[in-house]
Structures are given as C-alpha cells and as structure tokens.
Ligand binder design. Sequence first.
Ligand SMILES: [Fe+2]
Length: 291
Amino acid sequence: MRIGARLVDQGMDGTSVGHVNHSRVGYINGVIRRKRCTRRIKRHRALPFSMALQDLFLACRDIFKGPGTVPSPEDVQRLRRILDKMRPEDVGLSRDLQFSQPKSTTKGTPRVTNTTIYKCDNFSLCMFFLPSAGVIPLHNHPGMTVFSKLLLGSMHIKSYDWVDPHHLSNGSTTTSSKLKLAKVKADGVFTAPCNSSVLYPTTGGNIHAFTAITPCVILDVLGPPYSQEDDRDCSYYRDTPSSTNAALNGDMIRTKEDGERYGWLEEIDMPENSQMDSIEYLGPQVIESGH
Ligand SMILES: [Fe+2]
C-alpha cells in the first residue's frame, strides 16, 4: 500500500513542497534537502522548527519521570493546553492531507502508518496516519497515561475502562468464558480541529479503538511508552455489548440501570488489521539540549 500526505517545508521559505511515501524514506522534502546539500555543501539551511512541538517536548521531559508517573491535574492541564493549540504544520503536515491506495491492494482494511517523533524511557511522541476506513483495533495502555490530539480528519473513537469488581455486589466482573466487564467511556465521532483527550492507567478510557471516517492523523504522547521488558506490552480485545450477556450475571441488570453502558471484553491475539507500517519522521525536530 502506498500512503501520501502533503507536507509543509517549514524551512526558509515555508512553501509546500512534497509528499510522504512510506515505501521510500518518508518525508520526501527531507530527501530534497539532502540532495541540495550535496550540491551546495557550504550553504546553511534553517532546520524545520516548531515552538509548539518544542514546548510539548520540554513539558513531557519535566512531567514524565518514568514508570509509575501519573501526571498531576496541573501537569495534565499544562500538556493539554500545549496540545490543544497544536496544528498539523507543527509536525510538518499541511491540511490537504492525501492518502492514495494502489489498485493492487484495495482488499481488506487499509493499513495504518505510524512515525515516532521522539522516544526515551519516560515518554514518547508519535503519530498515526489512518487512511479512510483504517482501524486501530481495541487495545490497552497498561500503566500508561496517554494524551491524544486529532490533528486532521474525522474518526470514530470507542473506549472502555475496566469495571472495579468492588462496585458489584458479588465482586465478579468475569465469566467462565474469560470475558471481562468494562464500562464505555467514549463512543462517538471526533473531528479536527478539536481539543486533546487524556487517558490514565485505570480511567479515562484506557482501552480504545479508532476507526477513520476520513483520512486522519493523530498525535499521541505516551508516558511511559510500551515496553515488553517492563511488562507494558499491548493487549488486544474483542468487545460485545453487555446487553447480550445480561443473563450471565444479575449484577449486570442492576448496573445497566445506572445510565452507563457496558461491554464484555475478551483478550485476543493481535488482529491482522493491527499491523502497521512505520515511516521516518522528518518534520520539525525537538532540541534535546538544555537539561
Ligand atoms: Fe492507543
């Protein structure tokens, strides 16, 4: 599959110059820049820079201190204020995002592409490019706080949090078939420009799924990032509305009366449509100096 997205060169002239094509090297304006450099080695060219992205990076470095860090309400507001103002241009994208799909690979769910802007042990900044109808299936973020900012497009988001067993009279949120009860946190369509959202290790919709209605780009801040070594691997789930299982547990009938919606989640192997392509990030860079 081929994905293309118009980019903005935020160098000296600020003109729009190219496309992303992940089957090659990502941001083509980066290739153009390198070619120019070989011809005029001594010419200095200003690197793309975004104050908003740099602010985001510095705030993350202040706030995320490693596994176990859950940002305070003040820190959450600080990060959200920065993210709420961020625009596609801050990560090297123009608003006329384009995705194309070759005729040979039109079957099945379109693949999602990702790119990492920055990653360290404490946090990561990454983006996901979803073609129209592209899906990031239901997955969790164990022990993580995640800020998400939809930069472009329109997508459906469904999210859940696990139900605390203590909230049910018999203390059971599981069944013999390994289904586990979760409460619906979000189930709706979001369209850019919109404010950022945040999920926490046990609240805010820690388990979520994205389905693109139009081509979308989402910027994620993960603190800390996924790590198999540190037991923060990603798990995938299949959901079933709880109404179809109400008879399994009398408590479900009671909880359904509280105006909330519930679902039964079953852990599954990584779905085929969760495989992503990765491209190199060649948008505005963060500057790490100044610890
Ligand atoms: Fe996620």
